[in-house]
Design a protein around this ligand. Structure first.
Ligand code: NAP
Length: 498
């Protein structure tokens, strides 16, 4: 079953409908949807239904979205029915009817053959349970040619549930369109074809009919066979700058594609969730806080750096198997070499005991450094230290620490913009005794800790180059192609305002 790209036209006048429909078809839309409810005076003048149809040079859906379902139409009862009857006569290929209020007309149209085809739609105003949405779609399928449901998604896990439902309905050979509303619902648009949705709605000139719509050109290109769908699983993900950076990478090698930050709360970070994402068309995933250890545990195969660090930030599926790698290691190594930080025989203090600390410790050990790890909780610090043959010291000792270290690595979020850690610095003893500070935080480009170390006349390097280089490595793992690092770096710098 082919997925058709529908351009939603939210215009106030007929001239706008004419202009936007031309743009939509030029950009690759298969159909346009005239949102009749957006037309000025539609509730008083039914002739507009015909006028709008007359200026569209291609197949069209007519939709009179009611206020109750997020539209602008206030008409109800006989007045609503009269406008919809005009649609039947005006030569539209499809008519969108709301299952909650247009039941009688749906029944009448279903019993006759020919055009318009019917879309029975329902728009939830808040996230809904899977069984509820499923029952609604099954009912709508028996009442119309296509069942359409739109559900707001507060996070990407809710969109994944919609994707799971779509895969079930696809097996039942149902004709449906399932849409997750909002930025976190975007995966249901990017992967509409993989989900088996018959229609996917897109916008013209950025005028969204619903939050999260992609523009028509992007949406059409995503349906092409060789397009690449990538994403980042984490919680939270709003701070991430990987989307512009990875989309610059895609562009640099001439690939169509998209990179979606997916907010997946830890409880929903399951093998089923990851499998569903690959089932509906994702080609590769990054993993970030707090899911890297979990990701490592769920892989069928792990590449060497994932094994060494027991932490995975890059996932792909090969021959049905989930494969994991850690590209933070390579990113960290390249950051050190680009800044000419000597590692062999250096004394290194790594602060933090999460995924980033694991990558840093492993590469420091590999380069011949003597590694000490410090974290608020001594148990994970000892675990990481054990992994790289180093020792752990309590975090409480860092404030008054007197020992100098050749390299200090901040692998905590301390100093990250937009968080309550934003204005914080590392403990005083650390700032006074770091010969070189490597701060893995990349936003802002200069953290308070970096500023303090530089004030003492010592070098301090931020995490942006590591971000770019781990991204480059992940991209190569997913696509087998080498992206232009310069484009990725420029996109990342722009995104953090550097
Ligand atoms: P993670 O797995 O959540 O680990 C964070 C570590 O920092 C934990 O040990 C945590 O200790 C500690 N921590 C958190 N807040 C702290 C505080 N206020 N004081 C002291 N310790 C604190 O995260 P991660 O993946 O390792 O990432 C850590 C940082 O590195 C993040 O800021 C991330 O953005 C950055 N990073 C950068 C790159 C890059 O490419 N530049 C790549 C990966 C990560 P508790 O367990 O006690 O909370």
């Amino acid at each position: 079953m082919m997925t058709l790209v529908v351009a939603s036209l939210v215009e106030r006048g007929i001239a706008g409908v004419s202009r936007s429909s031309k743009k939509a078809f030029d950009a690759g839309a298969d159909l346009v949807e005239v949102r009749l409810d957006h037309l000025r005076r539609i509730d008083d003048d039914d002739r507009l239904v015909h006028d709008a149809r007359a200026v569209i040079d291609g197949p069209a859906i007519a939709t009179l979205r009611s206020e109750r379902e997020g539209g602008k139409s206030r008409s109800s009862g006989g007045a609503r029915r009269a406008t919809l009857r005009e649609v039947v006569d005006a030569g539209y290929e499809y008519i969108d009817l709301e299952s909650a209020r247009d039941g009688a007309l749906l029944e009448e149209l279903q019993s006759r053959s020919g055009l318009p085809k019917t879309i029975s739609s329902f728009h939830y105003t808040r996230p809904a349970a899977k069984h509820h949405v499923k029952a609604r779609i099954q009912r709508a399928c028996s009442a119309a040619d296509i069942a359409k449901v739109a559900v707001p998604c507060a996070d990407a896990a809710q969109a994944v549930v919609l994707a799971e439902l779509a895969l079930e309905l696809r097996k039942e050979r149902r004709a449906f369109a399932i849409i997750g509303i909002g930025v976190q619902g975007q995966l249901t648009r990017a992967c509409s074809s993989g989900m088996g949705s018959m229609l996917v709605y897109a916008c013209v000139d950025g005028k969204e009919a619903a939050p999260g719509q992609l523009d028509v050109r992007t949406q059409s290109r995503l349906l092409e066979k060789d397009s690449v769908i990538l994403g980042l699983i984490g919680h939270p993900v709003a701070h991430s700058v990987s989307r512009p950076m990875q989309e610059a990478a895609l562009k640099s090698v001439g690939l169509n594609g998209i990179y979606l930050p997916l907010d997946i709360p830890p409880k929903r970070m399951t093998r089923t969730t990851v499998n569903t994402l690959f089932d509906i068309g994702f080609d590769g995933l990054n993993v970030t806080v707090p899911n890297k250890r979990l990701a490592s545990r769920m892989c069928d195969l792990r590449r060497p750096h994932a094994v060494s660090t027991d932490s995975v930030n890059t996932l792909l599926r090969r021959k049905g198997k989930l494969v994991g790698e850690n590209s933070d290691t390579v990113g960290f190594e390249k950051l050190l070499s680009s800044e000419k930080v000597a590692v062999d025989n250096a004394s290194a203090l790594v602060i933090g005991a999460g995924g980033a600390a694991r990558a840093a410790c492993w590469m420091l050990r590999d380069g011949g450094a003597d590694v000490t790890v410090s974290a608020r909780r001594i148990k994970p610090a000892s675990e990481v230290a054990g992994m790289c043959g180093g020792k752990a010291v309590p975090y409480s000792t860092l404030e008054t620490m007197a020992e100098e270290y050749d390299i200090v690595v901040n692998a905590t979020p301390i100093g990250t913009k937009g968080t309550d850690q934003g204005r914080k610095s590392l403990p005083k003893g650390v700032l006074a005794n770091a010969r070189v500070l490597v701060d893995l935080v990349y936003n802002p480009p200069e953290t308070p800790s970096m500023r303090a170390v530089r004030k003492r006349g010592r070098p301090a390097h931020g995490g942006l180059e590591m971000l770019v280089r781990q991204g480059e490595e992940a991209f190569i793992i997913w696509t087998g192609l080498k992206p232009d690092v310069g484009s990725m770096r420029r996109a990342a710098r722009r995104a953090v305002g550097a």
